[in-house]
Design a binder for this molecule. Structure first.
Ligand SMILES: C[S@@+](CC[C@H](N)C(=O)[O-])C[C@H]1O[C@@H](n2cnc3c(N)ncnc32)[C@H](O)[C@@H]1O
Length: 369
């Protein structure tokens, strides 16, 4: 069962359909506004506190121009609208819009605060390789062995994995899942190439699945498909397993590995997704991941990538992109926002490349001929 409020079921049983839909939409909008307020308030308070307690590490951000604030608000509204519309179109259940482990997050929220002083320390000392002592570094590429976002333990501990979802939720003011859900439509459309096959024979791989939030969205849209998640972090995969095993459907298979050379047979997947990975890779690794996604897809299969918007498609958000890089340790972000992902997809052999932007996320889809 999806976490959250089962508005639809309860309301539909007691009210005419159109009224139930209107109330559900209002509830969704109110929830998103609430998440947005909490995210903004959290960031305001934590920034002020850092300026007070650890001023030497406080990031020097640029002020957001008023026009950009208006553009962000408009893009936020557009994201909520498309999220609602695609649920209405039946691409995924409306209940997914309310899906979050609320009680769990509430319990973990104090840990986010308790973790902050060590984050501030690392930032002040410009220490970006503060990783657990028992990490076997030879098992990971060099670029991975860092504290991305100044995160305690990088991606390499259960502690880090237990806070990640909540931290991302706060970072994106509650829009992380609405942005992740934008992969669903191009994925479902791409899988129509295999419409003659039983749904249970379709394999969809999520590269860099982390704690499995994208797999959770995809599972709601494709209840019968075989889902596979790959990530370099066993701690994040353990957390993904905890969340995903709460769902009643078939368990996704979770595999530890490098997206640059994945332990899957050539042509063994019909769909591949990859969300919020590319900006954390140096250019060469970015191309390797795209190449390996091409390799594991069956001809006709679809790749859907989602990551930060870039300078070429969203120049109006340049200050926000620059501030992101100033606040968080994101060593490859500056290179990423100027990178030509479409050229990389073409170089790998993909065709039918399309891209759309949703708030701070760019979504590319492409087909293996
Ligand atoms: C920003 S997180 C995104 C996680 C998830 N896709 C999401 O939407 O929350 C980046 C993830 O990429 C993983 N990662 C980084 N480099 C990788 C690589 N070369 N191969 C596989 N996973 C990688 C990290 O362990 C982390 O879980």
């Amino acid at each position: 069962m999806l976490h959250g409020i089962r508005w639809n079921g309860v309301l539909a049983a007691t009210l005419p359909r159109s009224m139930a839909d209107t109330l559900t939409k209002l509830a969704y909008q109110a929830l998103q506004q609430g998440k947005s307020l909490v995210g903004v308030a959290h960031k305001e308070v934590s920034t002020k506190l850092m300026e007070l307690v650890a001023p030497q590490g406080a990031p020097k951000t640029r002020p957001i121009p008023p026009q950009m604030l208006m553009d962000l608000q408009a893009a936020h509204t557009a994201l909520m609208n498309i999220d609602w519309e695609e649920a209405e179109q039946g691409l995924y259940p409306t209940a997914l819009l309310f899906d979050a482990p609320w009680l769990d997050w509430a319990a973990r929220y104090p840990m986010v605060w308790l973790d902050m002083p060590s984050t501030w320390n690392r930032r002040s000392e410009r220490n970006v390789t503060d990783l657990p002592a028992d990490v076997e570094s030879e098992n990971y590429p060099d670029y991975y062995l860092q504290n991305f976002h100044h995160q305690t333990d990088g991606y390499l501990s259960d502690h880090s994995a237990s806070l990640y979802d909540l931290q991302v939720e706060i970072l994106f003011n509650g829009t992380a899942d609405p942005m992740r859900r934008r992969v669903i439509k191009p994925l479902v459309q791409g899988l129509r190439a295999f419409a003659e096959r039983p749904a249970s024979q379709l394999r969809v791989l999520d590269v860099a699945t982390g704690t499995g939030r994208t797999l959770r969205q995809v599972r709601a849209a494709l209840p019968q498909a075989q889902l596979v998640g790959l990530d370099l972090s066993s701690a994040y995969l353990r957390q993904a397993n905890r969340w995903l095993s709460q769902l009643p459907d078939e368990l996704p298979q979770l595999v530890q590995g490098n997206g640059e050379s994945m332990p899957f047979a050539t042509g063994s997947m019909q769909g591949v997704t990859c969300v919020f990975l590319l900006h954390e890779l140096p250019g060469e690794a970015r191309q390797n991941v795209i190449n390996d996604c091409f390799r594991v897809l069956e001809p006709g299969g679809v790749l859907v990538l989602a990551d930060s918007v870039q300078l070429a498609d969203s120049p109006q958000f340049e200050t926000a992109m620059d501030n992101f890089r100033r606040v968080f340790h994101e060593p490859y972000y500056r290179d990423y926002i100027g990178d030509d992902i479409e050229a990389r997809l073409s170089a790998a052999g993909f065709s039918g490349i399309r891209a759309t932007s949703h708030l701070m996320t760019r979504v590319w889809s492409a087909t293996k001929p």
